[in-house]
Design a protein around this ligand. Structure first.
Ligand SMILES: NC(=O)c1ccc[n+]([C@@H]2O[C@H](COP(=O)([O-])OP(=O)(O)OC[C@H]3O[C@@H](n4cnc5c(N)ncnc54)[C@H](O)[C@@H]3O)[C@@H](O)[C@H]2O)c1
Length: 412
């Protein structure tokens, strides 16, 4: 084994996973995991769902209990990395400490975009990315009566569903014309638009934020660009993220919408890999390089890098998949719907049990399944193995995705 010392920057899902996978693969050398958040690495998805609803506590968020890291000789350092000395192969921390590496893995993730408006610093205004955000928000939820959410993306709508379930009046401001448009087909957006309306959430499309007003340091209202003013004692923004690629850029690694890596997740320096939300990578599932913000991508890329560092290189080709839980709706997405030109809908929109099959040039590229988990699992297999399925076949009466997947297994 040529790498005796691996340093990982970023202790989120991707950073934790690469450390764990290295040990699982039998790596014997030193592993150092540097992260700027306090505490044991934890999962983020429940922060905007079960954790906010009070259904799970902080211990349930942890990937592993604290002793796991000692037992597996994974040294955790709380600190932020400020520079990479590529010549000497050292990572420089804000404390001045220098960590020598034979291989460096950048898993620095992304940070929230913050609306550039007056009043953003008022008490009661939150982004939602980390445990500290979720704890602050949880506290405020207890007394909130009127929430305004900025952005009808994943964060905004997951939070809106939680707040509505807790009896809070919720208004959502969305610049675009439909919810979660970045990732979803129009049909699925509509299902969520209707569901939120049923839960009492008011989504205002084509609207942006002009200012947040308050008194005594606390938020009192939100002013829209149209001039309308909505009262609010809680504001949550989820207007997308920016990749934390500055460390890489300063070290002269190639950066373009994230840290640019090759099919093996190597940066322009062969001693440095990068994974997770921060990387722009080539994918067989997309005509151009993509940057994905998802748990699946973080985990699978971490595993791929660990395997490569253990002498088992393989191009990264995992099929992307995602999920979101809002109210009683569980949406699972297999594949990337970008550029789809045809859809076939299976199931019942009224009962919120649908799968939207998205085709690009006659080829199945993504399936969005709402409360139909069997369809999601079948879709992941069908898309991953490129099983031919035409829109006409899918639209035939009685077509069943799972039965089709089973019937095509042998011929795949
Ligand atoms: N279930 C999931 O996969 C999940 C859940 C929560 C968060 N996340 C991740 O967390 C991150 C943040 O999510 P997010 O919801 O902030 O991003 P997002 O990109 O999903 O949604 C941002 C939304 O904000 C809108 N918007 C942008 N600027 C605006 C403005 N000035 N005013 C009003 N609307 C505006 C956009 O049109 C978009 O609909 C992403 O990485 C996301 O993938 C994922």
């Amino acid at each position: 084994m040529s790498h005796n010392s691996i340093v990982i920057v970023g202790a989120g899902q991707a950073g934790y996973q690469v450390a764990a996978s290295l040990r699982q693969e039998g790596f014997e050398g030193a592993i150092t995991l540097v992260g700027d958040e306090p505490g044991v690495p934890y999962q983020r998805p429940p922060l905007s769902k079960a954790y906010l609803l009070g259904k799970v506590g902080v211990a349930a968020l942890r990937f592993r209990p604290p002793e796991y890291f000692d037992e597996h000789r994974i040294t955790r350092i709380q600190g932020s990395a400020t520079a990479i000395d590529r010549e000497r192969r050292e990572l420089v921390l804000a404390s001045g400490e220098r960590l020598a590496y034979e291989h460096l893995v950048l898993a620095t993730g992304a940070r929230n975009r913050v609306p550039a408006v007056a009043g953003i610093e008022l008490g009661g205004v939150f982004g939602l990315r980390n445990l500290a955000d979720a704890d602050g928000l949880s506290q405020r939820l207890g007394s909130a009566k009127r929430a305004v959410v900025i952005g009808a993306g994943f964060i905004g709508l997951e939070f809106a569903a939680v707040a509505a379930a807790r009896g809070i009046a919720v208004d959502v401001l969305e610049l675009g014309t439909r919810p979660m448009a970045r990732a979803l087909s129009a049909v699925t957006s509509q299902v969520f638009d209707h569901a939120h309306a049923r839960w009492g959430v008011r989504i205002h499309y084509g609207q942006s934020l002009a200012a947040i007003h308050g008194d005594g340091g606390q938020v009192r209202s939100v002013e829209l660009a149209s001039g309308e003013v909505l009262p609010a004692d809680l504001v949550v923004y989820g207007i997308g993220v920016l990749p934390n690629a500055e460390l890489a850029a300063q070290a002269q690694l190639t950066v373009n919408n994230g840290i640019v890596v090759d099919a093996h997740l190597l940066t322009s320096d062969p001693a440095i890999s990068a994974i997770g939300d921060v990387v722009s990578f080539p994918s067989p599932w997309s005509p151009q390089a993509i940057r994905l913000e998802s748990v699946q991508n973080a985990v699978d890329q971490a595993k791929a890098v660990a395997a490569r560092l253990m002498g088992k290189p393989a191009g990264y080709a995992a099929l992307p998949w995602f999920w979101t839980d809002q109210g009683e709706l569980k949406l699972q997405i297999a594949g990337l719907a970008d550029g789809h030109d045809e859809t076939v809908v299976l199931g019942s929109v009224e009962q919120h049990q649908i799968s939207v099959l998205c085709f690009r040039a006659g080829r199945l590229v993504a399936v969005e399944s709402c409360n139909r988990p069997a369809d999601h699992m079948a879709a992941r297999k069908l898309i991953a193995r490129n099983t031919p399925l035409s829109p006409a076949e899918a639209a035939a009466p009685g077509f069943d995705l799972k039965a089709f997947e089973v019937s095509t297994r042998e011929t795949a």
